[in-house]
Each structure stands twice: as C-alpha cells, then as structure tokens.
Write a protein that binds this ligand. Structure first.
Ligand code: G6P
Ligand code: MN
Length: 439
C-alpha cells in the first residue's frame, strides 16, 4: 500500500480527490494519506471533512495533517500537487485587473494566467525539491497546479529530470460531456488531440474504432459541448459560468470544420465577445468564493457541530482522473490519457522540447506521447505564438526580466496592443508585490 501526500491539502478540491481515492482502494491501495499545506488554518478547517470521508471507507488508512514538509513527504510514494499561490484573493486580481483594461479576465488564459504563472513557478520548484529530499526515490508528483502549461514549462526548464507529471482535467471533462452526448461511457472514448494545455483541438473521437467526431460537431453546433444533464452530474460545471464556457464554443467551431476546439480557445479567438459579457465586479473567483468555498466551509462547520457531514463537495472527473493517472503510473498500466508532456516529435511541426498536450501512454517511467503528426499552418502558428508567450513568461520569472514579461503579455492573443500589455503588467506588478520575483 502507498503513502500519498496531497500538497495543497487545504484546497476545496481535496475532499473530492480523497473521495475518488476511497472508491478506488482496490486499484490503488493506500497505507496513509497526508495533507500538506502552508496555510494551516485553512487546512485544519478542511481536514476533519477529509478524515470523515476516509473513515466512511476505511479504518486502517493512517491520516496525517501537517505543515511540515519532512512529515508530509518522508517516504511518500505519490504526491498530488494542487497549489494555488495567493489563493482566491489573488485569482480575483488576475481576473479583474485585465478586465479593467477591457481584456479577458481568466485565471489561466490571458494576462491572468501569466500573472498566476509568475507566482507559481518558483514555489512549484521549491515543492519539487522538498519532495525529492524526503520522498521515496521512485515517487511521482502528479501535478494539477495551474496555470498548468506555464508550470509545466517552468518545471522542464528548472528541474528537467524531476518525476513530475503535469495534468489538467479540462480534456477529460470535455470527454465526459462527449460521452454524455454520444450516450457512451467516457472510458470508451479514444481521442486524438493536439495543442498546448487549454489551447488545442480534438481531431478524432473514436468509439469502438469508429470516429464519431462529425456527429459530435453537429450536436456542439446546436447546443455546445454539453447535454442538459451532463453539467448537472458535476456541481462545478453546473455553475452559470461553466455552462456558458461549454456553450460558447459554437461560434468558433464553425471555423474549424474538421476539429473540435478546446472550449478555452474562445478566450483567444473571440476575446471581445468574452469581455463584453464579463462582469469586472464579479468574476469566476467571486463565484467560487461565494459558492464552492462557502459551501465547503459551511459543511465543515456543520460537521463539527452535529457530527453529520452534508454532501457539499464535488466529486467527478477531476478526482477520478488524477486517480486513473496515478494507477497507471503505479502499476505500469500504459493507459492512454491526455496529459502535458514534452513534445518529442508527437506534434511534428512544433519544437521537439515544447510542453504540449497530447494523448500519451502512462507507464511507470512516465508518459510516452502518441504521434499526432503535423498540424495545419494556421493551428501551428497560433500554437507557436502561445508557446512563445508562455516560454517568455517562464524566462521572465527565472531572469527577473521586465522586458520578457512585457513580451509575454504582448504576444498573448487576448491582449490587443503593447500599451494594454504594459498597463496591465504594471498594475499586476503592484498587486503581486508579495508574490512575484522582482522584475
Ligand atoms: C478546469 C480547468 C482548470 C481550472 C478549473 C477552474 O478544471 O482544467 O485548469 O483551474 O477548471 O475551475 P473553477 O471551478 O475553479 O473555476
Ligand atoms: Mn486545466
């Protein structure tokens, strides 16, 4: 049985991940779960809920809650990382500062994601170093920390040999919705996909060897990438902003006749339309703080008071996916999953060392990317521009370079002019005083 540490134990996602672990104990046996967070208060609020979830399924799993890295990682076999540097308060800034300049306000796409990257890369590297110091030598870090594309590139640059697998649940959430549309379990889908994290295209969606993408596109053209009840199976994606995100790909899809775009492409390809419908005074961060976060804290308080735990946290593909990936790493299952991985020729006309998102077989030694071939010039160019923006942001972080940060902001397709880039960057420097390296 494994020792698993969850870094970012105080996250609103932790109970859902642990619940997913509990229903998979036969596939992924656990001796101990450790929660690790630098925010003790937050983690201590959520820990009793997590403990209850564990005890409902197992009396024997040891449960440890700590803010001490050695206690957290000593001898660990797996670390699930989900850090949010600056928490929701800073996410709110990431979203609201660009919006004040008429630019998309989103936590991973656009200036918000770049700002979040500048906060996260160095702490992520610190976490990797702590894990490498204390954990089992064969330990894997499965990393959900956002902005995933930038974090992955930062890790590749700074810790190229670390055993870190960077993942995102957006592709698998999209596949859940595809399954609902087609009336098949998402595990039966085999997809081809090329791109960067939050920036790519599905090119094949096979069910028993047959490509069902054309049929899917017909549904998406009319209703978006969701069904009436698909969203409802997962409370997160039933929130108004998520329903909108799934629906909103209709207008851009028409322009990619042969593919199905990742919904996040709406932020890059129709930013004016997005901004027109965003509220600069109430963004997704507010929705999450007023919704998911409040509900979980209220549930924790009620559990403390009454001993009864209301079902207030979300389980769904987010938790299920990280457990799937961990199983494949642990037992060399070579399952095919969409993950973020060094290109190594998988996308023939992108740089060999770019961190791309493609299907990969997950072995005990890590992901083996599947060849997706060369992509059309238009897509390649969009990808190269986004990649340059992300890579410059990583270099800005490492070198403390204002110029490179400005270039990163300027190259981002959500940002219309260099003046916008500069105004937003300068405001963000102020807001991120406690978090960014000096630029
Ligand atoms: C999906 C994306 C993540 C993103 C999250 C935001 O899961 O893949 O990258 O962070 O949505 O969700 P939230 O509910 O916090 O807005
Ligand atoms: Mn993601």
């Amino acid at each position: 049985p494994f020792i698993l540490s969850i870094a970012g134990g105080g996250s609103t996602y932790t109970p859902g991940i642990v619940k997913s672990l509990m229903v998979r104990l036969e596939d992924f046996p656990l001796a101990e779960i450790r929660l690790y967070d630098i925010d003790e208060t937050r983690q201590n609020t959520i820990a009793p809920v997590v403990e209850k979830v564990i005890r409902d399924h197992s009396q024997s799993i040891k449960f440890t809650v700590t803010s001490d890295a050695e206690t957290a990682f000593r001898g660990a076999h797996f670390v699930f990382a989900q850090m949010r540097v600056g928490q929701y308060k800073m996410r709110e800034q990431d979203e609201k500062i660009p919006l004040r300049h008429g630019v998309v306000g989103q936590e991973t796409c656009g200036p918000g994601g770049l700002a979040y990257g500048l906060r996260t890369i160095l702490p992520m590297v610190e976490l990797i170093d702590l894990v490498e110091r204390y954990a089992d030598k064969s330990a894997w870090i499965v990393n959900y920390s956002n902005p995933a594309a930038i974090v992955a590139e930062g890790v590749r640059r700074l810790r190229p040999n670390a055993r870190v697998l960077n993942i995102c649940d957006m592709p698998v959430a999209a596949m859940r919705n595809m399954g609902a549309i087609l009336g098949v379990d998402r595990h039966k889908l085999e997809v081809d996909y090329f791109g960067l994290n939050h920036f790519g295209w599905f090119t094949k969606v096979r069910v028993d060897g047959e490509d069902r993408l054309p049929e899917l596109r017909e549904h998406v053209a009319r209703f978006g990438l969701l069904t009436e009840d698909a969203a409802q199976t997962d409370p997160q994606h039933a929130d108004p902003s998520w329903v909108k995100t799934w629906r909103n790909i209709k207008p851009i899809m028409d322009h990619f006749p042969e593919f199905l775009p990742n919904p996040y492409l709406q932020y890059y390809l129709m930013p004016n339309d997005i901004v027109a419908h965003q509220n600069a005074d109430y963004t997704r961060a507010n929705e999450v703080m007023d919704g998911r976060e409040k509900k979980l804290f209220a549930a924790a308080a009620e559990y403390q008071r009454t001993g009864i735990l209301p079902d207030a946290f979300h389980v769904g593909v987010h938790g299920a996916f990280i457990v799937d990936v961990a199983c494949s790493l642990a037992f060399d299952l070579r399952q095919r999953h969409l993950v973020i991985v060094e290109n190594k020729g998988a996308i023939a006309n992108l740089p060999y060392d770019a961190m791309v998102e493609v299907p990969a077989y997950i072995t005990s030694e890590g992901p083996e990317p599947v060849r997706m071939g060369a992509v059309p010039l238009f897509h390649q160019t969009l990808l190269m521009q986004q990649l340059a923006s992300e890579q410059l942001l990583v270099e800005a972080t490492i070198e403390g370079s204002y110029e490179k940060a400005l270039q990163a902001f300027t190259l981002n397709r959500t940002v219309p002019t260099m003046q916008h880039a500069k105004a937003i960057l300068d405001e963000m420097i102020e807001a991120n005083r406690d978090y960014w390296p000096a630029l």
